[in-house]
Design a protein around this ligand. Sequence first.
Ligand SMILES: [Mn+2]
Length: 321
Amino acid sequence: MRDAVQLIQNARRVFAASHIDHDGDAVGSLLGFAHILRQLGKTVTVALADPVSWRFEHLPGAEKIHAVKPSPDDDLLVSLDASEFNRLGAVLTPNDLAGRPLLMIDHHITNSRFGTVNVLDPTAASTCEILYSLAQALDVPLDPTIATCLLTGVVTDTLGFRTTSTTPRSLEVAQALMHAGANLSEICQRAFNSDTYARLCLTADVLHRMTLDEGVLWSQVTLDDLRRLGVPYAESAGLVGYLNSVREARVAVIFRENEDGRIDVSMRSKPGISLASVALALGGGGHPQAAGATLPPPMNAARERVLAELHKLLAGTTVSA
Ligand SMILES: [Mn+2]
C-alpha cells in the first residue's frame, strides 16, 4: 500500500481501467478511485472496454467512462478489479504501457500480479473494500460521491453481504461508507431489484433448458438467443446465481457464446468446494466459489471439457492442467 500511495502522489495524469464484462465492483471501484484521486488534484481518465450497463449508469461520474486508451501524457496506469491484464480488454494492451508504471489493485486470489506495483488483498470481499483503505492511506476524506461508488462494489460483490467472502471488515467498511453519505437501500434496490423484460425472457430460457448432471447444474446461452430476445451480450451475465441456488447443485455453470464466438464459462459452487483449480486448468481465474474462463468454440467441446473437469473435482481426484 505504501508503494501505491507513493506512485499516486507522484502522478499528475492518471489513466484507470477495469475489466470487460463489468460488474458493480468494476464500475464502483473505477469511479470511486477516480473521485479519490481528483480530491488530490489529479487528472483522471476512466476507461471500460464495454459501454456502461444501465445498472450502473446512475453512478456519479459514469457518463465520463469511455472505451479510450491512455494518452501519451498519462504518467500512471491503473488496473482495478481485474485478475489478469487481458481482462482489461482493448482499452489497455501491452503496447499502451510504454514504460509507464502500472498500479494493479485487486482482490481475486488467482491474480497474476501483473502490475509494477500490486495491491492484492484476497481477504477483501471487493476491490472497493481495498479502496476504502487506500483513501485512508492517502488522507482523502470520504464524501457521498466516493462513498456511493465504493458501497456499490461492496454490496454487489458480496451479493448484499451474503457470500462467504463477506467479513466483519466488509461490514465495517460499509458502515463507514453509510456514515459518509452512501444510501444502502437505494444501492441494493438498483443492484438486485431491477431487471428488463428481455433479460427475464432469457432467464426463462436458461432455466427451461438447464440440466442437472451428477451435482453439476448447467445451462447455456447462444448468440442466437441474445439476438432473438434483444439482450446485449453484456446483459447476459449473472444467470449462474439462479442455478447455484438449487439445493441439488454442488456446482452451477453457465456457458455463454460471446460476440467473437468463444465460450465464456461462469461457475459457482457451494461452500467447501473450491473452483480455483478448475479455473486455472481452464486458463481462467476468479474466487474459490465464483470463477470463470473463456474457451475456444464450439460450445459442445467447451462444455464437455468443463463438465469433465468439474466431475473430476467433485469426485475428489486431481484436476489435470
Ligand atoms: Mn470484484
